[in-house]
Design a protein around this ligand. Structure first.
Ligand code: NOJ
Ligand code: CA
Length: 566
């Protein structure tokens, strides 16, 4: 049979399949242990966009609580909720005006308590976002700090005199456009901001800042949150002498010369501070974890964030995977490097988040395949590697980006500043697609803060839950497998390492072996079992565009298979 014909046969088999109710999600056997996070699935929720309980167009905490049943059924062990603290929303919550409270548009502290309690009953833990590098300029600390040069909060932030000609203290630029310094007329000094001017950097060299921030972390731990994702952890410190950064070639999306951010990112002082956070705060509460937003290029840099004695972050995300071309040859050495990191740290993988175009649309697709095929490749990779996957809401549906078409529609400030080179992050933040009703079931009909993506009538939880071949069903079945098959709790070995088309690896544990094959290429190919350790195949856990043919597995472009080896 030719390639097209056998794929056609598989598609027919798929559509004639009679939908039976999918099996219930098994419990995670490690849920009550200190190491619960290792075999867990963590799920990122952007609260503005998940579920809007009071129909004001903005998602909220009660909306999340109302959807805990869905999360438990999907097999989510912990939710990382992005910031819901009081905020002027210049950066949609990443500008925090009070670390110990909740913004009214998202709900109340009591709503978070309820989310924690109901989550506990359903086996879903809550992890918050801790914005450590900066606060909002409307935080009381900053209001005091800018009031006068001798205010007791002055040193909570980084203030410097202008150069003699009145220009900023050095050449550092903001990641979000323009100089990283803002002159404050009242006191005649500049303050430093790595992100927007509404996000002044905290001065972590001041022990009072450390104390205040550690207290804030503890405030929520006492309420039962399971830890934090540390925002922009690499930007916490700046070199004390504020040395100019080397200028690089080209311009940034906002028109200023590019620079190598050598002296205001990844400074050594970060690490002892993280060790103290771990020891003095996190480790005093059993099972609590720190995840890092660690945008480093290489595994050795990532290794530093585990700490020399695994005494910093348990889960620094290997985010440079996001920028890695999705090919077997590019992925293999990167995954290997994390797998074998000298700290022995536990790998943590994510391929999407609220700052990056959604993975299913970010990666180019060969002709003849769909974004669902790509979404299944991504899900299979994340859920079968050794490590903790961090899924982004809607990734399990194969949600795609829905970028604004006109600058007038853009909500994210960087999209307005950088248009059209930088369109901002609205496209990956559109409402969760629950069903085919108005606004995809996000709310009861009020205009959502961002438009629902047009594919919601077919790409939604209700439709995909009923379809055994959907992206969602693939995610559910692999998460169930993680909870029941000891191979997915065991070792991992890359096999057929020279293969430029297929990423292939075997997970081994509890006397079981599980083979994953992912054909990232745009041509059909075969994998003889002899090349992956021989033996016979057993149960097929999942497949898409792939089939077993005697002692060979045939894979179409973006074909995948997860199968037991006997
Ligand atoms: C990283 C967050 O993920 C992003 O959304 C935010 O804009 C910056 N940090 C600044 O807090
Ligand atoms: Ca709301």
């Amino acid at each position: 049979m030719g390639k097209a014909a056998w794929i056609g046969t598989m598609a027919m088999l798929a559509t004639t399949h009679v939908a039976a109710a999918p099996p219930a999600m098994p419990v995670n056997p490690t849920a009550g242990t200190a190491d619960w996070w290792k075999l867990s699935v963590i799920y990122e929720i952007y609260p503005r966009s998940f579920a809007d309980s009071n129909n004001d167009g903005i998602g909220d905490i009660k909306g999340i609580t109302g959807r805990l049943g869905y999360l438990a059924d999907l097999g989510v062990d912990a939710v990382w909720m992005t910031p819901m603290f009081p905020s002027p929303q210049a950066d949609f919550g990443y500008d925090v005006a009070d670390y110990d409270a909740v913004d009214r548009q998202f709900g109340t502290v009591a709503d978070v308590d309820t989310l924690i309690a109901r989550g506990k009953a359903q086996g879903v833990k809550l992890i918050l976002d801790f914005v450590i590098n900066h606060s909002s300029d409307k935080h009381d600390w900053f209001k005091q700090s800018r009031a006068s040069r001798d205010n007791s909060y002055r040193d909570f932030y980084i203030w410097r005199d202008p150069k003699p000609d009145g220009s900023p203290p050095n050449n550092w630029t903001s990641l979000f456009g323009g100089p990283a310094w803002e002159k404050d007329a009242k006191t005649g000094q500049y303050y430093y901001h790595f992100f927007y001017p509404q996000q002044p950097d905290l001065n972590w060299r001041n022990p009072k800042v450390e104390k205040a921030m550690f207290d804030a972390a503890e405030w929520w731990l006492k309420r039962g949150v399971y830890g934090y994702r540390l925002d922009a952890v690499g930007t916490m410190f700046e070199r004390a002498d504020l040395k100019d950064n080397p200028v690089a070639s080209g311009t940034d999306p906002y028109g200023l010369p590019q620079q190598q951010r050598l002296y205001n990112t990844e400074q050594p002082e970060i690490h002892p501070t993280l060790q103290r956070l771990r020891q003095q705060v996190i480790d005093r509460y059993p099972g609590r974890v720190l995840i890092g937003e660690t945008y480093v290029a290489t595994a050795p840099e990532l290794t530093r964030f585990y700490g020399a004695h695994n005494d910093e972050l348990q889960m620094p995300m290997f985010l440079s995977l996001i920028g890695t071309p999705l090919t077997a040859s590019a992925l293999r050495p990167r995954i290997d490097a994390v797998e074998t990191n000298p700290a022995g740290g536990w790998p943590t993988f994510a391929l999407s988040n609220h700052d990056q175009p959604r993975a299913a649309s970010r990666y180019a697709r060969p002709a003849g395949t769909s974004s669902d095929d790509m979404a299944k490749m991504i899900g299979t990779l994340l859920l079968t590697l050794r490590g903790t996957p961090i899924l982004y809401y809607g990734e399990e549906l194969g949600m795609v980006n829905n970028d604004p078409k006109r600058v007038e529609d853009v909500q994210d400030i960087i999209g307005r500043k950088g248009w059209p080179k930088e369109k901002g992050r609205d496209g990956e933040r559109t409402p969760m697609q629950w069903d085919a009703s108005t606004n995809a079931g996000f709310n009861a009909g009020a205009k959502p803060w961002l438009p629902v993506a047009p594919d919601y009538t077919t790409r939604n939880v209700a439709a995909e839950r009923a379809d055994p071949d959907s992206v969602l069903s693939l995610y559910r079945s692999l998460i169930a497998e993680r909870r029941t098959n000891p191979a997915l709790a065991g070792d991992m070995a890359m096999v057929d390492r020279g293969n430029a088309q297929i990423l292939a690896y075997v997970r081994t544990g509890g006397g079981k072996r599980l083979l994953t094959l992912l054909n990232f290429s745009d041509t059909a190919t075969v994998m003889p079992l002899a090349r992956v350790g021989g033996g016979r195949t057993g149960r097929i856990v999942t497949q898409n565009r792939a089939r077993i043919d005697g002692a060979t597995i045939r894979l179409a472009p973006l074909g995948l298979m997860v199968v037991e080896l006997l």
